[in-house]
Design a protein around this ligand. Structure first.
Ligand code: ADP
Ligand code: MG
Length: 611
């Protein structure tokens, strides 16, 4: 591992790097910077988003240009206005001690004359989106005939967005002997073609595997009927109370529709797509960044350049047309060292695409079940309980305490707790108590055929009070449990990690061992508490990667869509009777909508300004 000094950067840059707090170069920087500093070469660099590509080309470019000249020497092309501004901003910070440096951003949707004026003042480096750049060239508002370094940043995205011709056109106005540095997260054929066409004998570096998605992202898919897509989306959101997500749709129309529906149903959601004005898009992005919007519904094009670090989930409401696009979608989560989940809602006709995606990303999907009502209720309840537990007391409340105490004079603690939680729980409970099972099983050629049913009723589900906040994802938690409980690879399953707590299953035989072990167990200074969970989490035994589909008890009654959960909930909803599929979809939807709209606290929706 080298330092920035050892990579050969000058003092002005090192000074800025110290200010920025970068302590050591990232992998792509370590590989690219020495090559670009030492030789005049073309370069193809493949690296995921969030790996520090801007500095990988930015530092060498700043080192090499002549700040005493006002000629434009470096051109950086990037797919979106947002990325363009981001790169410009980064470049300015990197070059803040390079006296005389002028970096100018050129992008659509903002005054072209202002941008031309800035260029005219002498811009050594221009950062541009292809469309506006082409426009400025044809109006002779920029001169790029003396460019020495050109960067194609996020080349795959630019090509996906149809900028191939613009790029060709722009580069035809630059000198042949310039160097071209191409940066891309993936290497689809079009990128290879571009590289061949515009580059001379490029050196190549790859960080991680080609086309591989980031390691910190786990991939899950959920198989439902196409008409249940929206319900599935809602359940996935409800089962993750602290979700902060981007939901991808294929068209602008679907994007708008899903966002509107979510808002109507009381979620804090927003739409981002090309039919919105720049101003509207800016507002949505601002609310999303501030976390006033918890679910951003977006098209692929509009979501390019979303650089929000703590997105917990990416939900593919529909799969993209181009499979490569999946990598970009899932790359929106799991950034900055955090873990993330990319979920895909698929119908039966699309499920084979999952395999193709697995080949491209070189990672396996886990097939999971859309959680049922009882699971969601438990998750929401425990989430609220945790929130209350962790809430700091506001002593403004003290002066009202006497009155409250009088009111509850005859209520004992247990009763009070029950009443308190019922305020919110009942809403969720009513909302979900008659919900049906949305899961569809894969056909007879089932990837896991036979496995799903194994040991259907002889597993136990547990609640454990550690979660994502404690640095766990399902794999880490599974490893941890296996290790401390001295269980085998397949003995801990259905591990489901939430923000501040999780669920897992073991065979019934291990139940006593598990509960005994976790009495008084401390890990890293805190008590780890494990209890038997009410919900069965789909119940049966199966491996975590593939999971099964449908819950056992419903299956035994002979239909996937038939489920109510009376078999699992005990007396609570024993009154609901088995029904045939579709029976109560529309009516419960309607009642649910008006119901959820009136929700007001953090337990359910609307969930505004959560943090
Ligand atoms: P990419 O273009 O690969 O998606 P960026 O260049 O936008 O990634 O960098 C992602 C984030 O990481 C930025 O906030 C950037 O300031 C930061 N960063 C880049 N290099 C380093 C480094 N060596 N150490 C710490 N942070 C870094
Ligand atoms: Mg970048």
């Amino acid at each position: 591992m080298s330092t920035f000094q050892e990579l050969g950067l000058n003092d002005d840059l090192l000074h800025a790097i110290t200010d920025l707090g970068f302590t050591k170069p990232s992998e792509v920087q370590e590989k690219a910077i020495p090559i670009l500093l030492e030789s005049e070469t073309d370069l193809v660099a493949l690296a995921q988003t969030g790996t520090g590509k801007t500095a990988a080309f930015g530092f060498p470019m700043l080192e090499k240009i002549d700040v005493n000249s006002r000629t434009t020497q470096g051109l950086i092309l990037s797919p979106t206005r947002e990325l363009c501004l981001q790169i410009t901003n980064e470049m300015k910070q990197y070059g803040k001690y390079c006296k005389g440096l002028n970096v100018v951003a050129i992008y659509g949707g903002s005054s072209i004359t202002d941008q031309a004026r800035e260029v005219k003042r002498g811009a050594q480096i221009i950062v541009a989106t292809p469309g506006r750049m082409k426009d400025m060239i044809s109006r002779r508002l920029v001169d790029i005939s003396k460019i020495q370094y050109s960067v194609l940043d996020e080349a795959d995205e630019m090509l996906n967005m149809g900028f191939k011709e613009d790029i060709t056109d722009i580069l035809s106005h630059t000198p042949d002997d310039k160097n071209t540095w191409l940066f891309s997260a993936t290497m689809p054929r079009e990128v290879a073609t571009i590289a061949k066409k515009f580059m001379y004998n490029p050196q190549e570096i790859t960080v991680g595997n080609k086309n591989e998605s980031t390691n910190t992202v786990s991939h899950e898919y959920y198989l439902v009927n196409a008409r249940d897509r929206y319900q599935a989306l809602k359940r996935l959101s409800d089962a993750n109370p602290d979700i902060f997500s981007v939901v991808f749709c294929r068209t602008k129309r679907d994007t708008q529709k899903v966002a509107e529906q979510l808002i109507e149903d009381g979620y804090s959601a927003g739409a981002l797509h090309g039919d919105l004005s720049q101003n509207q898009r800016d507002l949505v992005m601002k609310s999303f960044r501030n976390k006033q919007i918890q679910t951003l519904v977006a098209t692929d094009v509009a979501a390019r350049g979303i650089d929000v670090d703590d997105i917990t989930h990416v939900i593919n409401y529909q799969l993209p047309d181009e499979i490569e696009t999946y990598t970009h979608r899932s790359g929106r989560t799991g950034r900055a060292g955090k873990t993330g989940v990319s979920m895909v809602i698929v119908s039966k006709s699309e499920v084979r695409k999952i395999k193709s995606i697995e080949r491209i990303i070189k990672k396996q999907f886990e097939k999971k079940d859309i959680p049922d009502g009882s699971e969601i209720c438990e998750v929401q309840l425990m989430s609220l309980a945790n929130k209350i537990h962790n809430t700091e007391i506001n002593h403004e409340i003290d002066k009202h305490l006497a009155n409250i105490n009088t009111l509850f004079e005859d209520t004992d603690k247990d009763e009070l707790i029950k009443k308190f939680f019922s305020v919110e729980f009942t809403r969720f409970y009513n909302y979900y108590q008659k919900s049906k099972n949305l899961n569809v099983s894969e056909s007879s050629s089932d990837r896991e055929s036979g496995r799903d049913y194994k040991g259907s009723s002889n597993s136990t589900r547990y609640f454990i009070n550690v979660g994502r906040k404690d640095g766990y994802d399902w794999m880490k938690l599974k490893d941890f449990l296996k290790e401390v409980l001295e269980l085998g690879r397949d003995d801990v399953f259905k591990v489901e990690v939430k923000d501040s707590f999780s669920f897992f299953n073991t065979e019934n035989e291990s139940k006593e061992k598990v509960l005994a072990f976790f009495t008084d167990f401390k890990h890293e200074g805190r008590f780890v508490n494990v209890e038997v969970s009410e919900n069965r989490g789909g119940g049966g035994r199966r491996d975590d990667r593939r999971g099964g589909s449908g819950n056992r008890s419903d299956r035994r009654r002979g239909g996937n869509d038939s489920g109510n959960r009376s078999d699992r909930r005990g007396s609570g909803d024993a009154s609901s009777k088995p029904r045939r599929s579709g029976d109560f979809k529309s009516s419960s939807d309607r009642s649910r909508r008006s119901d959820s709209k009136s929700n007001s606290s953090g337990f359910s929706r609307p969930r505004r300004s959560r943090r």
